[in-house]
Write a new protein. Sequence first.
Length: 218
Amino acid sequence: MKRLRILIADDHEVVRQGARALIEREPGWEICAVAQDGRQAVELARELAPDVVVMDAGMPLLNGLEATRQIRRDRQETEVVIFSGDETDAFVQRAFEAGARSLIAKTQAAEELVAAIRAVSEHKSYFTPQVSRVVFARFERPRAAGESAAERRQRLTPRERELTQLLAEGRSNKEAAEVLGISVRTVETHRAALLRKLGITSVAELVRYAVKNGLIRP
């Protein structure tokens, strides 16, 4: 029997232990690594090539959706189950656009996590009833006319989303530069351009933007 190798990515010890307990009860399943922030999750996935990643949506340094996007870009064979407390239409859409195959609430882990992992390990999507309602409602609604010019201007690049999260988490320019592997001067340049792009003038406004768009936890 081929072993199913699973990476758990969550910044809360209690959640990691709970997920581990559920997973390790399944014959042939093993935890190949545990990550405590989004960047570590990407690095471990790149190094170990797990079959499935169980990813918390609200990870520090790099949130779960951005980490999912990078993992799926690097290795499409690795599937991702998103853990989240947010099941709004907008968040569900962003999760699947990032490349996740399943999204389940942490409160539903005991009932849904094993089934979700089993489905995505076979490269199938797994929807809880709440997420199914959101997903299929999108097909029932008429398509919007499209983004406005303002919305297009505000669409952030992956690097801009990463920088937004780091600054909103309270990281200094120097700390952000170290995390991103770029110079402080480059961070300062990107930061100024980012604020202009979003039409904001303070870090407090940036924090509100990051919370509203799911880049950090409120």
